[in-house]
Design a binder for this molecule. Sequence first.
Ligand code: ATP
Length: 472
Amino acid sequence: MKTNRDWEKLVRRMELLMRLKSFPVAFKLMEKKEALSEIPFMRQMTHKVTLCQLITIVRTFDWTVGAVAGDFISPMCPSIVGLTDLPEVFKDGTFRSIVWAKTRKDGQKYENSIPRLPAGRYQAVALAPLVYNPFDPDIVLIYANPAQMMLLINSLQFEDYQVMEFYCVGESSCSDAIARCYLTQKPSLSIPCYGERRYGHAQDEELVMALPAGMMDKALKGMEALYKRGIRYPISYAGAELDVTQAFPMSYSGMKQIEEIRGKDNRILLGVTGGIASGKTTVARMLKDLGAPIIDFDLLSRLVVEPEKAAWKEIVAFFGEQVLLDNRTLDRKKLSEIVFRDPEKRKKLESFIHPRIHDEFTRQFKEFTTKDPNVIIQVIVPLLLEANLQHLFHKILLVYIPEEMQVERLMERDQISREMAANILKAQWPIEGKKEYADFIVDNSGSLGETKKQVEEIWKNLIALQKEKPGE
Ligand code: ATP
């Protein structure tokens, strides 16, 4: 069977990030049973089965399996995935009342709550490890412990947030997960039921999520983004008996700092960012003419490492005099070569510089806000988004030009080759991806006059915003 994509890279990465114990399962329903024979390595069991047996065979034996309605022990499993109808003895609640429900009435209520696909829509079901690209799956089943599952939920919620709905009819996790996922076209999370534990060998600690195959990319993208922000599995414990303030991420411990920066007066801190050579300085000059003073992180990063300043002393003590030029200023090229090869040294260097930049930033904005509590300060931070600093600002302004124009302007301004300009660009996020974070976008691809008009409009917006802002 021809498949439309190669899942291997995605699955391997997800297995690694989640430390999955069993294969993600590709699941497909087929309108014609003959399609089963087109799938490589397809096996149909020679005895009757349950659907959860097939799932566990795939995720732990890594077999590719398929079944038609008649292959199942009872109509229960195939009726959930639209392979057959349910006999009257199920529909009227009798079957459920044998074990799981007190009366036939309770049984009927139970039975009616089970999500099912329309009877007879499909003739066959196929399951296989997704990593082998067996066919184009409709949905994917992932089994994981609650901590791993939480990571998957967080990852799916990273972009276009939606509440994760959990569903549990009781004794029928394949309907909770699989049928519900087909019906809603959303991820469906459940707890494997008794039957799935007894026959499908789901482990005590396992949960199951079915997700539309098309959402696997979203899940991995979110997981990668969270990984970069330090959210990983296994979760490292911070120490139940200790004061864990030190282990708190910026998002908690930094709240005070954020409040201090954002203030309770009418100040507005506008984070100005863009790509290299997109025109941040150009736009900032225009905003300055309108009345917004500038704090420039590029300048701050140079200021704090001037000879004899605290950061400079720490850098020289750690890296040695080899990182100094004849005039005792830092040899930035040499330093960046050293830390490029050694991430630990990079961390060390950042630990000398970043707190000082922060101190200087605080000092400068305090100076501005003391003078004028209604000030609109523009803070130019070239890698604002890459460094995940957006929470520090009331609003984000992106100075945008298309990537190709970035290359051209960079080549012209710095007199460098196209190849070099393209390489510099590679170290930053693509500018297109930055748009969604911005509150204001200045398109600087036209004339300076056109840019100025946009900047003036944004300035008006900022003033209006300030009027609405209740000075606390
Ligand atoms: P960097 O990322 O290196 O700090 P930047 O984002 O501050 O750069 P600028 O220095 O403002 O960008 O602009 C980059 C180059 O593009 C400069 O040579 C500037 O004169 C030119 N430039 C800026 N805006 C325009 C425009 N609208 N039309 C033509 N050239 C422009």
